[in-house]
Design a protein around this ligand. Sequence first.
Ligand code: HEC
Length: 445
Amino acid sequence: MRRPTPSSVAAFVLAGMALMSFPVAVAAQDEGRSEITYSLEVSRIVQENCQICHQPGQIGPMSLLTYQQVRRYARRIKDLVVTREMPPYHYDTDVGVQELQGDWRMSEEDIQTIAMWVDAGAPEGDPADLPAPVEFPPIGQWRLASQFGQPDHIIPSTPWTVPANGQDLWWEPQVPTGIVEERCIKAIETKPSVPARGSTHHANSQFMTQDESGEWVSYGRLSEYAYGKLGEVVPSDACRVAPTDSRVSWSIHYYPDGNEVADDQVEVGIWYHDEGFDREASYPQDLRSYSLQGGAGFDIPPHGKLMTQGFHSFDHPVRLDSWQPHMHLRGVAMAIEVFDPATGRREVLSQASNWNAGWNLSHIYEEGHQPLIPAGATLILTGWYDNSADNPRNPDPDQWVAAGQRTTDEMSHAWIAITHLDEEGYQSMVAERDAKPIAMNGAAR
Ligand code: HEC
């Protein structure tokens, strides 16, 4: 399988630009203008795609609210938009399932508009053409609230003071959930506090329950949060269980950003399916990590590259609901494919060719487009690592890198939310899709 290198992705985008610049230029000429302006076109694109993060108090390092602010970064904006580094959503546009929830990828047309505008000297145009400013939700609000309202249940980590300066820090408390009745989860979001949202790099949580001997053991993953992640949404016909008499085990990774935050708490918000949710008629769903190592370790030599693969199959049909690659600083790309020995069919379901450890996003497939995997088919997970100086995030190409837990080690797994089906449910889902006159990209049956 071809893995586009960042430069070939850029070349592909640039080739597309030459072809597609025509309609936009014509549109400007139709209105008696010869150029794309900030006021008329670019401001609207930036509002829609960038300002949610690039405004005061948000995670973007600078604001992109005015012409002056955008103009100042124009070159850099073009570079990062054309290579699809910004907005930060690393998922290939030309292969696999394209219907995703909370997808931030920009349209090819908007990317070209920005590139042409920058190349033309970033003209302002007539400020009378500017759109009204967008009202963004207050900072610190649950992002899924617009879809589901306030969470039914909020579980905070125990307070801990984040120092102003220092190295990576981990805070790993266990907190009782207070769940007294087993419920089915509809959605989960992890939310750092407003003052610590710059220093909260990852906040992962899992449910713990007691085994027969009273030992607290992992029951299953609750959430895997990193910068920018929206959350987890469980499909309407599936049940991810919130267990009773449980604890949440937190693993919070802080990286001090210059501001001390006293008694910080990260919260996980849970929305449950309604009381009337028919659990009998639903399928069980879980979120687990699937390895790309086949149980073996690996080493990447200095200045070397490596590919690892993991294979997973199920004795029953399954539906993939989300996919979140996890690697560290040498990880540059991951793909998930399916091979069905019954038909000999092998197909890419999802691929991130410009993966970046700075952004751990869960790609949630739209309902009706989640890959349906027959019993006995094999999921093939492939990861690519680049320990050379070509990898801009490589802190030290002279080091050997081994599989391990530290940031400087390498990891290789994907978090995949899976609904476990039976043959009947699988067949009826396949039939429903085959009956729909919509394109399925081949990938999601
Ligand atoms: C989800 C939040 C988010 C969105 C959406 C987003 N950015 Fe960013 N942006 C960031 C963060 C955080 C950084 C800091 C670098 C990093 O973490 O990757 C950044 C960095 C940048 C930089 C580099 C700044 C520098 O100092 O070199 C540019 C330029 C940029 N973004 C432009 C954009 C543009 C243009 C858009 C919209 C098309 C956009 N961003 C959308 C969060 C975001």
